[in-house]
Design a binder for this molecule. Structure first.
Ligand SMILES: Nc1ncnc2c1ncn2[C@@H]1O[C@H](COP(=O)(O)OP(=O)(O)OP(=O)(O)O)[C@@H](O)[C@H]1O
Ligand SMILES: O=C(O)c1ccc[n+]([C@@H]2O[C@H](COP(=O)([O-])O)[C@@H](O)[C@H]2O)c1
Length: 198
């Protein structure tokens, strides 16, 4: 950290729960882009996820810490969960920029589904100035940056993981296993806190 020119990946997500698709995407992008670290940023209030209630932020934060703890290049930021109000990536990027200093190069990682909808996010012009965006492949979604400003986004193929948090929650609710879809510690945390039971 500090005022140097580190290459910092930012993996934002609701992480309800964090799963191996998130972790593989971050790891692959870190390798391809020579990132010094990846900061996982659990959302505070994901304003576009209105279908069902989101698990309390502290549980999502702790699962993210547990899932990333063994990787020395992975870190977790509380920036979005500690900022009141709806979570906007433009604010995330301002906060990370303030922490890492003006010389840091920021790379915001999104899956193909999120990239598709990115122009509906707040203040995208400023957002694209604050970071370079990296769209990653995700099974079931087409990866394209045709709708986005040239040079704002790079596209990267990552190992295909047909995993979603929605499916993990449904599996737990139905009494099915989530072993090997989420890290072992996250399986244990979900059981300990009795998350996703109906
Ligand atoms: N299997 C996956 N492969 C690649 N990228 C993914 C995958 N799952 C999620 N992502 C990306 O990770 C980021 C955070 O995703 P999020 O926390 O919303 O998970 P999710 O599985 O999409 O959740 P939900 O099913 O609840 O919508 C988004 O940019 C999303 O596109
Ligand atoms: O900035 C916005 O308006 C905005 C709208 C929707 C999603 N995002 C961010 O996109 C990331 C993935 O979000 P989600 O909802 O797919 O978990 C996460 O960091 C969100 O804060 C950001």
């Amino acid at each position: 950290m500090g005022d140097d020119n580190r290459r910092v990946g930012i993996m934002g997500g609701t992480f309800d729960p964090i799963h191996n698709g998130h972790l593989v995407a971050a790891s692959e992008v870190a390798d391809r882009f020579g990132l010094d670290e990846v900061v996982f940023v659990p959302t505070g209030q994901p304003w576009q996820k209105t279908d069902e209630p989101v698990t309390p932020a502290e549980d999502r934060y702790l699962m993210t810490v547990i899932a990333t703890a063994s990787n020395p290049g992975f870190h977790v930021s509380r920036a979005d969960i500690d900022r009141p109000g709806p979570t906007y990536t433009v604010d995330t990027l301002r906060d990370v920029r303030a922490e890492y200093g003006p010389k840091a190069q920021l790379f915001f990682i999104t899956g193909a589904d999120a990239l598709e909808k990115i122009l509906s996010w707040k203040d995208t012009d400023r957002m694209f100035e604050l970071a370079h965006f990296i769209g990653v492949t995700r099974p079931g979604f087409e990866l394209s940056a045709a709708h986005l400003p040239a040079d704002a986004v790079s596209l990267v193929q990552v190992p295909a993981m047909a995993i979603s948090s929605t499916d993990c929650r449904a599996r737990v609710a139905a009494g099915k296993p989530v072993w090997y879809l989420v890290p072992e510690g996250v399986v244990q945390y979900i059981a300990k806190r009795r998350l996703y039971r109906r």
